[in-house]
Design a protein around this ligand. Structure first.
Ligand code: PRP
Length: 184
């Protein structure tokens, strides 16, 4: 695996802009849920850094949980409608205000399937907070209640988003230089 600088075409969203926007999203959540309790659900693994940064700015009482899903029959860079849960929640969400935290909504299949699965458990409310929205790639409609950034259809990595499982720790979102990455 190469140093990230060897495959970075450009920094799409720098660290300062990311942190500023994450704080703004947290402020919106603090406002919308004032006096309430929320359960944040991190969709592993890409949403981890975003979720951690987001929760640091929350003043509303919050609990956290994690779940994981995987999709079959898909290339590494896209998902299909065939999404299954690989790690379930530890928490009973019935009657709770739930916020699903995602790093990116692309085709929309993952979050849409997660919403369908969790609705049956009767949360009091169920909202979606996604850092990145690649709307041009959408295959199923998704309502994003808290959106960090709308981005074009570029192959991005960093701040939770991986390349073959690496680089999730980068503090910025970068665009992959596909020519250099594919030569590796
Ligand atoms: C990514 C991302 C979303 C999903 C979005 O997860 O974290 O969950 O893909 O794509 P979609 O809208 O087309 O369904 P991935 O399956 O790469 O797993 P990861 O979070 O562990 O990186």
């Amino acid at each position: 695996m190469q140093d990230y600088q060897d495959i970075l075409a450009e920094v799409l969203i720098d660290e300062v802009s990311l942190q500023k926007r994450v704080k703004e999203l947290a402020d919106q959540i603090n406002h919308d849920y004032a006096g309430e309790q929320v359960l944040l659900i991190c969709i592993l693994r890409g949403a981890l850094p975003f979720m951690v940064d987001l929760m640091r700015h929350l003043s509303v009482l919050n609990a956290i949980d994690c779940m994981a899903v995987s999709s079959y029959g898909a290339g590494a860079r896209s998902s299909t409608g065939n999404v299954r849960m690989t790690l379930d929640l530890q928490t009973n969400i019935e009657g709770k205000h739930v916020i699903l935290v995602e790093d990116i909504v692309d085709s929309g299949h993952t979050i849409s399937r997660v919403i369908d699965m969790l609705r049956t458990r009767k949360p009091r409310s169920l909202k979606v907070c996604a850092l990145l929205d690649k709307a041009s790639r959408r295959e199923v409609p998704v309502m994003i209640d808290y959106r960090g950034f709308s981005i074009e259809n570029k192959f991005v990595f960093g701040y939770g988003l991986d390349l073959d499982e690496f680089y999730r720790n980068l503090p910025f979102v970068g665009v992959v230089d596909l020519e250099k990455y594919n030569k590796e």
